[in-house]
Write a protein that binds this ligand. Sequence first.
Ligand code: AMP
Ligand code: TRP
Length: 329
Amino acid sequence: MKRVFSGVQPTGNLHIGNYLGALRQFIELQDDHECIYCVVDMHSITLPQDPKELRSHILDIAALYMAIGIDPKKSIMFVQSEVSAHAELGWILTCSSYMGELSRMTQFKDKSKGKENGSIPTGIFTYPTLMAADILAYDADIVPVGNDQKQHIELTRDLAIRINNRFNKNTFVVPEGRFMKEGARVMALDDPTSKMSKSAENEFSRISILDSDTKIKKAIMRATTDSDALVKFDIENKPGISNLLSIYSAFSGTPISDLEKQYDGRGYGDFKKDLVEVTINAISPIREKFEEIRNSHELTKVLDDGRERASVIAEKVLARVKNDFGIGR
Ligand code: AMP
Ligand code: TRP
């Protein structure tokens, strides 16, 4: 059975971009793969977090994992900082990476734009080597993620291949990314030229999985479109309505071309009203399950058990890697 690994940062509530781009895949894969899903809390401290909020968000993401359908009987679910192999392997991989390749990561470039070297945290620079460690510590074959992580997966593969070549052995399994056709890059509702994110200031730029029906409706009805009122997919000239069409298609399973026909000559009002309904139908059951799970004993047990199972796998891989590098006795 092939092994799957993915992670989500506990920096805020999941939005529909996270769900459509990444988490939807987590569920699809768990029946015929050995899946390991992580709450990557060490990644989230690359930027300062309020400790109380961070701890609460860790449990939120874990509860959301279960609410969207991750079944702890089938998949391993755990918190990254509770398995120390991630940090250890992260260091080993940092030592095998180059300043040049890390400087070329678009996420790093975005996050450090306009800042002096003196105020750029080193963690946002070395972030991708920790992500590579997450994946490589489990000999993962497949990594389901949104499009924004493509470059980080490429780097993970480069590091694995570089080290395998250096020792002339299969120190690491070389993983592959897995991306959705529809929803791999959901854009902000108020600005369809930037991606939907957990941290954007305008709360109407995103729809969080735990948003109320009223908030969902407001966010969609306000979403930026254009003035010609044609429901047509055209990323270049009509990025707003194209983004909404992708979301509609991803939630409903209806191809975009069919949606274009369905709304031909009907304008944006009708389209948006239906999109509100489709979105609420898809995510309100998740919200209800989340409330049940978030404060249950079951969640604690699942994460304790996940930590044990994850450690066993990662420790074994780490021992192999340390041996190949010649560190330890
Ligand atoms: P993060 O919130 O950065 O931890 O992302 C968790 C997962 O969601 C990753 O696989 C990302 O690639 C994916 N993701 C984040 N934002 C978006 C977006 N706007 N559209 C599609 N996927 C996304
Ligand atoms: N970097 C990813 C993001 O921001 C989160 C992440 C960390 C991850 N480690 C991972 C995703 C390992 C997949 C596999 O979304």
